[in-house]
Design a protein. Structure first.
Length: 359
């Protein structure tokens, strides 16, 4: 009789365990990782790797483009898509540099297409990821067309600046795809006034950094950096656009934009101090942005100190693109909290079932 009473109790105690096992069948975390979903805690899926590699390759492409600009290699291949009418470029320095840029652009283009296709296949129900993936494709086509126009019109400053602006916009879209991939499909908003303020300041800072970067690109495209031979003051442009000349005031305007963005970065660091203890990553990101922006200011000054060395100018432009990318990632991290993956939930549910069984 006593044994008969204990058997129903044991069956009742193991019911939650069976329910938990039914909710998370064996192999579910493995299938989630293979599918490219959230994965277990600390696991990086193939989809996340793809998104991150695409962002990194885009940054490398922008860096190569900076080398093309600062070495005067933009017309090393005067036609498009061929180089001097042939598939293989001639053994000439500017032609090789420009053709390297085109080859890198082709690789990045393929990565963007693959990333968009995989995103639409795995995350078509995620509206943000779906829209970003769709947006990346016309942006890629626009960039290819602008590259063609830039060569055909022999590098006008306005088209060159527009080409870089498109590259920055594409980089932002790809960075958001990567950020959302790592945050997971169940990322969620946190209604916290301190975090909301940090988000607003991070967005305004990103806009200021982008404007300063585009202004700097125009300075290079207009061949105007030599108009300012001092740092930090610019004696040639004490009052921008008031002397009737176009080129000399441009560097002065760029420096004022840099100062405005620097104030935005300082504001972000200040507001990061008010974040909850759990948002330590956002505080560190703001400090990292401050360090990167400070390095960018020093590189800008080094342009003057090194008599506008091509290497320093290329590093300055590439570093500016990386700074912009970090701004976008900070906005994404401030916008959402990472969601718990299916792989992380299953062990928790299983643990609760075991506790119920013990009770």
């Amino acid at each position: 009789m006593g044994r008969a009473l204990r058997l129903p109790a044991l069956a009742a105690g193991t019911a939650p365990l069976r329910a938990a096992r039914g909710a998370a069948p064996r192999g579910a975390p493995c299938r989630e990782r293979a599918r490219g979903g959230g994965g277990g805690a600390g696991a990086v899926t193939r989809y996340q790797w793809l998104a991150a590699v695409t962002v990194g390759a885009t940054l490398v492409l922008i860096a190569i483009g900076a080398i093309v600009r600062t070495t005067g290699s933009g017309l090393g291949c005067p036609d498009w898509p061929l180089c001097h009418g042939q598939l293989i470029p001639p053994a000439e320095r500017t032609a090789i540099i420009e053709y390297t840029h085109r080859t890198a652009a082709a690789i990045v283009g393929l990565l963007v297409i693959v990333t968009a296709a995989v995103t639409l296949r795995l995350h078509r129900r995620d509206r943000a990821l779906r829209n970003l993936a769709i947006a990346s494709l016309p942006l890629l086509a626009l960039q290819a067309w602008l590259g063609k126009v830039t060569v055909e019109r022999e590098l006008p400053a306005e088209i060159v600046t527009l080409h870089l602006s498109g590259a920055l916009l594409l980089l932002a879209v790809l960075a958001l795809i990567a950020a959302f991939a790592f945050l997971g499909p169940e990322r969620r908003r946190l209604e916290d006034p301190r975090r909301a303020m940090y988000l607003r300041v991070s967005i305004s800072t990103a806009v200021l950094v982008a404007v300063a970067l585009i202004g700097g690109s125009y300075v290079v495209g207009a061949a105007a950096p030599e108009a300012c031979t001092g740092w930090p003051p610019c004696p040639a442009a004490p009052a921008p656009f008031l002397d009737g000349r176009r080129a000399p005031p441009v560097p002065g305007v760029h420096r004022r934009l840099v100062l405005a963005a620097f104030i935005g970065v300082l504001r972000l660091i200040w507001h990061a101090r008010d974040l909850p203890e759990a948002d330590g990553a956002l505080r560190n990101a703001a400090l990292g942005l401050g360090a990167m922006y400070g390095a960018q200011i020093l590189l800008g000054a080094a342009n003057i100190w090194t008599d506008f060395s091509a290497a320093v100018r290329a590093a300055h432009l590439a570093g500016a693109a990386a700074t912009w990318g970090l701004c976008v990632l900070i906005v994404a991290a401030a916008l959402y909290l990472p969601g718990r993956s299916a792989g992380a939930r299953a062990p928790a549910a299983l643990g609760r079932g075991r506790d119920a069984a013990r009770a």
